[in-house]
Design a protein around this ligand. Structure first.
Ligand SMILES: [Zn+2]
Length: 360
């Protein structure tokens, strides 16, 4: 019979090693590895110790067995205590972390604010919604058909030069001549959405289309290559220029001043006939003349006109039955006028000193 225990550490040595390892385990808040090492069902040091008792000479067995069991009880108890201590420490730490001092004054959350251009757009939408218009949006990446052709601006039309923009895809050589053969581009005006809407709806139509549009303009005091527009379109039976003027006047009086007046100057747009530039009386001087209106008493805010029959033909409307009007306004332009902002670039620079001057 071999004495396999002769080179094994004594129980005293084992206990000292255990105490040291357990102390380290408590510090790192993880007792489990020590538990496995000593009490593990298969390889635990104490499990092996008890198994090895079978090899101990019978006369020593009782004494060695008793000592091993005492040590096992000791280890079990110390590990249990250590696990409890670690649990309690974790709970205490969590409580401290989550503690709530109800006597502290509340922290006021910093509220953001709407951008001045958003303020103008929201106000526009509110006014038109009250007047019974639906708010409609469309894609900023448009095809030539919706942006130009359907709006009576065929290829080579000089008006296309004035609305030069970024083209996104090379033309696909197709035979059908259908819109999907056409190039895509960043839309130059929200009027493209008129076409999309009329293609899928029948009159009567009353829509307002706000959105971002793109031109090949350099950024300066009054121009930006990307800016906001809002477009209005009304189509129905018997719609006349009088409806256009009345609706516009009602809008302007809500947007600017109750005493505003509207003036039309003849103009040209391919998609309207007749066409006009819209001037409104200066709300600073009420038409008397001041620096804001360059002493003229009038301020230009956009363009308008009666929808050209060619546009109705493009979407398959009966040009004998329906008439309509449309206008387009610049959102930045309105914001600059309303708040007397002299430089359009201020709207895009995100300088809080500028943005915080506007009401919430
Ligand atoms: Zn004025």
């Amino acid at each position: 019979m071999s004495d396999s225990n002769s080179n094994s550490p004594s129980l005293d040595e084992l206990r000292r090693a255990f105490d040291t390892q357990l102390a380290t385990a408590i510090q790192s808040a993880n007792v489990q590895p020590v538990r496995d090492r000593y009490l593990g069902r298969k390889d635990g040091l104490i499990t092996r110790l008890l198994k090895d008792l079978g090899t101990v000479p019978p006369e020593q067995r009782r004494e060695r067995g008793a000592a091993a069991n005492t040590f096992k009880a000791y280890v079990e108890q110390r590990i249990e205590e250590a696990a409890a201590a670690v649990r309690e420490a974790a709970q205490r730490a969590a409580l401290e972390r989550d503690s709530l001092d109800v006597t502290l004054p509340g922290r006021r959350p910093t509220l953001g604010r709407r951008h001045p251009l958003t303020l103008v757009r929201d106000r526009l939408e509110a006014i038109f919604t009250r007047m019974g218009f639906a708010i409609v949006e469309g894609p900023e990446i448009e095809d030539e058909w919706h942006c130009f052709d359907a709006l009576n601006m065929p290829a080579e039309h000089p008006a296309r030069d004035m609305q030069d923009t970024l083209y996104l895809a090379r033309p696909v050589k197709g035979e059908s001549g259908r819109p999907d053969d056409l190039r895509t581009l960043l839309r130059t005006h929200t009027s493209a959405v008129q076409i999309r809407y009329m293609e899928t709806h029948q009159p009567p139509i009353r829509i307002v289309v706000p959105g971002r549009v793109y031109r090949r303009d350099d950024l300066d005091l009054t121009h930006s290559p990307a800016f906001g527009q809002v477009e209005a379109l009304v189509v129905g039976e018997g719609i006349s220029m009088a409806h256009l003027k009345g609706t516009l006047l009602a809008f302007v009086r809500e947007m600017f001043a109750g005493s505003s007046r509207v003036r039309f100057r003849p103009s040209f747009f391919p998609y309207t006939e007749p066409s006009a530039e819209i001037d409104i009386s200066c709300w600073q001087c009420d038409g008397a003349g001041c620096p804001m209106c360059k002493r003229t008493g009038w301020i230009e805010i956009g363009g308008c006109g009666m929808v050209h029959p060619a546009v109705f033909e493009a979407v398959g409307y009966d040009t004998e039955k329906y008439t309509g009007f449309a206008w387009g306004l610049g959102i930045e332009r309105i914001a600059m006028l309303r708040h007397q902002v002299g430089d359009i670039r201020l709207f895009y620079e995100n300088d809080l000193r500028f943005l915080e001057q506007f009401p919430h």
